[in-house]
Design a protein around this ligand. Sequence first.
Ligand code: NAY
Length: 292
Amino acid sequence: IQDFKGVVPALLTVFDKDENIDEMGMRQLVSFLLDKGVNGLYLTGSTGEGFTMSSIERMRVVEIVMDEVAGRVPVVVHVGAIGTKLSIELAQHAERAGADGISSVPPFYWRFNEDQIVKYYEDIANATSLPMIVYNVPLVGLLGMNAIKRLAQIENVKGIKYTALSLYEITQIKDEIGEDFLVYSGADEMAMAGLLAGADGIVGSFYNVMPELFINIYNAVQNKELDEAKRLQKEAVEIIMYALSYPSFYALMKVMLKWMGINAGYCRRPFENVTPENEAIYKEGFKVLKEK
Ligand code: NAY
């Protein structure tokens, strides 16, 4: 897992118009991203609409992607589910499918306490030999530093995907838990800042649609070309902010991929797909942004 670094798309899941997994579309998207040079893939997370799928469907996505990737980059599978038993089944399947790591949001919906959250991760981490990357995300409530430190004590817990709007914790985690504890910055808007705070990599939605821009940001930071990194990040922020003005931005990203010749399909309900009228509006909007 130590080579799970750099720019990692939180892979979109490609559905057809009838909301079925589109295997050809998935393969095309994976192959596009690998050709662009992304350093890894993160499957069936928020961007992958993981929670809209049954376990069987999630497993199928993992199998398709593992087959298409064929060992070229490390793959981490998000296995978070509404109950520990379901997460364990997904984790064990990920291991059998050849994934390089697993990841999970904390148990959600019933508002579990810290001890229960720690137990959830222990149970999953002990069920396979794969490294576990904790997924800290405001959508389900952020884990505090105390909980993170406790989780880091669990054997197999090797890192955290830190999707928050403050970044000083990344520095703190590296400082207090150790340099080897992997940290991924989760907010694409702050990719450069997350890397400067010490993140090993960036995992996010927009790396599906503009992988090169973020690979350039990553390389610029590595090479300490900070003016260049800042310039590129500013460009990225303008595109991200415009895309986020659309209420179902995963669907918009799928349309953006379509414009690039990738059949990324549609979203599952309750995410809304982009109407032809909106598609025309956004296409024009992006063109104006590009010309700026
Ligand atoms: C995932 O599992 O899909 C992620 O990695 C999530 C990271 C994204 N955060 C959420 C809540 O979806 O990429 C970010 C986010 O979409 C982006 O920064 C735009 O705000």
